[in-house]
Ligand binder design. Structure first.
Ligand code: TXA
Ligand code: MG
Length: 522
């Protein structure tokens, strides 16, 4: 099908209206995002919207009207609260849901017994509806799942060849879709936040609720109050993570990263490739630019994106609601230290895993180094050890590790005593080094009973023979000695059963294993 590109001239709008009246599809600008319109009362025309978008048929469409009274034939009753909202706001980026009349078919309502209605503020949109002479069903004019189009060029990208015409108008003023509120429930409930905020609505009709899925996503067994909630949304091709941090924390975090993009505010000091979405304390500017920014990231070929977190108040709630879906609910929370405990027997290759985690920007806390520092410093702890194990374990104000080793090796009581003195000090020092996103590299994590300090525990494991070979080569000792060391450690099952995740490092691809674990835990 050849898609006509039309202007906003009176002539072209009349032509577009005729196309809709005859059952065709026309994309048009609104103040929120571009819509893909068809005659809402023509089932066949409405069906073709679902086809062009690739949209699931149970996800209902918003019916657009041009005059306030045009809602009456579409609903069972215009309730007092509905009337109050209409009088106060319409035309506006606000959609109200009411029980539907018989006039509204099941295709447009996705099989529900309610209908969503709005009057757009954008003049071209209203002129088009008038020219069509019918209520116009219109979802956002994007391919289902992609960010909604805020510019005509994105509609052309998604819809060329699939619909009859596109009105090439201005960029959209608000940039996020309308607020959707249902008045078909006991307490009016916002199903999708937009530029008409909860506070603005409450000032007119009193208490309204916000559906839980707006900010937290759907639980697996939950029934969607709005079918749109359950589908994947606004997703660019890149994997997006929201970074919960203040400006400085965010900048420090992203500037230490490679091979990724920042999705940040205009004034952020970011040295990696970036796309911005508005200004820090200006939610309207963020709303206006977010979808455009997500599309730009795709055009730039971004694979991984770290986004700055918007506020969730006012229009910020709408911005956050879209961004959290684009990020598939992945948040890296830098406001709380997050500790990954990394352990495993010697020779399993923890070092290699740490190296990759460092590349990914994690702060690695190496407990072996901390032990070493304690032993090599003139700390009060050494005096305590000397009191217990004898003065000959101290040489030149340093611990003679070899001597101490001889004393505790093969004497489990003394080893336990040693650990009970050293481990708490090591843990305390590790905690002091804790920053957001830290990895505690601790071969003796379990022996030190430090599990509960960690949010998640990863064991690195390899076959016994391979571990022995690696120890032999690394430390230049015999196979026998290497085996002796291995056998003095916790057994494999213990490491595996007490970990949340196990990385097998037998020489294969471990980066993918790590990526998958991180995807899961972050
Ligand atoms: O700003 C907008 O609202 C844009 C422009 C074009 O007007 N339109 C738009 O439509 O965003 P769409 O189809 O992309 O999103 C409509 C949302 C969906 O999440 C849908 O599930 C929900 O509204 N919805 C529609 N009718 C509903 C109903 N009867 N009950 C519950 N949710 C409904
Ligand atoms: Mg949409």
């Amino acid at each position: 099908m050849e898609t006509k590109i039309l202007s906003t001239s009176e002539y072209d709008i009349a032509l577009a209206g005729k196309i809709i009246a005859e059952g065709g599809l026309v994309a048009f600008p609104t103040e929120t995002v571009y819509g893909l319109g068809a005659d809402a009362l023509n089932d066949e025309a409405v069906k073709s919207i679902y086809v062009a978008k690739g949209r699931p048929s149970d996800n209902p469409l918003i019916v657009h009207i041009a005059e306030k009274d045009d809602i009456k034939p579409l609903v069972k009753e215009v309730t007092p609260k509905a009337q109050a909202l209409i009088d106060k706001f319409f035309p506006a980026p606000l959609t109200i849901i009411l029980p539907k009349s018989e006039k509204v078919g099941n295709v447009v309502s996705g099989g529900l017994d309610t209908v969503a209605v709005r009057i757009p503020e954008n003049e071209t949109a209203r002129e088009l509806i008038k020219a069509s002479g019918c209520p116009v069903a219109a979802p956002s004019a994007n391919t289902s799942g992609l960010p909604s189009p805020t510019k005509a060029k994105y509609v052309i990208d998604d819809m060329s060849g699939k619909i009859d015409a596109i009105i090439d108008g201005d960029d959209c003023e608000f940039g996020v879709e309308s607020t959707v509120i249902t008045l078909a429930t006991e307490t009016p409930t916002i199903l999708r936040p937009g530029a008409v905020t909860k506070e603005m609505i409450e000032a007119v009709i009193g208490k309204v609720e916000v559906a839980k899925a707006v900010l937290e996503g759907m639980q697996n067994d939950e029934i969607a109050a709005s079918p749109g909630m359950k589908y994947k949304h606004y997703a660019p091709k890149a994997r997006v993570f929201i970074v919960n941090a203040d400006k400085e924390g965010y900048e420090e975090f992203v500037n230490s990263k490679q091979d990724c993009f920042a999705l940040c505010f205009e004034d952020d000091n970011v040295i990696i490739p970036k796309v911005t979405f508005g200004k820090e304390n200006d939610d309207l500017s963020q709303a206006k630019e977010l979808f455009d920014a997500l599309r730009q990231l795709d055009e730039m070929g971004a694979k991984k994106v770290y986004a700055r977190i918007p506020n969730t108040t006012g229009v910020g709630m709408a911005v956050y609601n879209r961004l959290i879906r684009a990020a598939a609910f992945s948040i890296i929370d830098l406001t709380k230290p997050f500790f990954i405990g990394l352990t495993g027997p010697s020779g399993a290759g923890k070092g290699y895993v740490c190296k990759y985690l460092t590349e990914l920007g994690f702060n690695i806390i190496n407990s072996d180094n901390i032990v070493k520092n304690i032993y090599e410093s003139n700390s009060p702890l050494l005096d305590k050890l000397a009191d217990i194990f004898g003065n000959d374990i101290i040489k030149d104000n340093k611990l003679d590790r070899k001597r101490l080793g001889e004393i505790v090796f093969n004497d489990s009581k003394r080893l336990e005593l040693l650990n009970s003195i050293v481990h708490p000090e090591v843990i305390a020092q590790c905690e002091q080094l804790a920053k957001p996103l830290s990895v505690l590299d601790a071969p003796q994590l379990f022996e030190a009973k430090a599990q509960n300090k960690c949010n998640v525990i990863i064991t690195v494991m390899a076959d016994k023979e391979l571990r022995a070979k690696r120890i032999k080569e690394r430390d230049g000792i015999s196979n026998e000695k290497a085996m002796e060391r291995i056998n003095a450690q916790l057994n494999e099952e213990y490491y595996i059963n007490n970990a949340d995740y196990v990385i097998y490092n037998n020489g294969g691809d471990i980066k993918t294993q790590i990526d998958n674990i991180l995807e899961d835990i972050l």
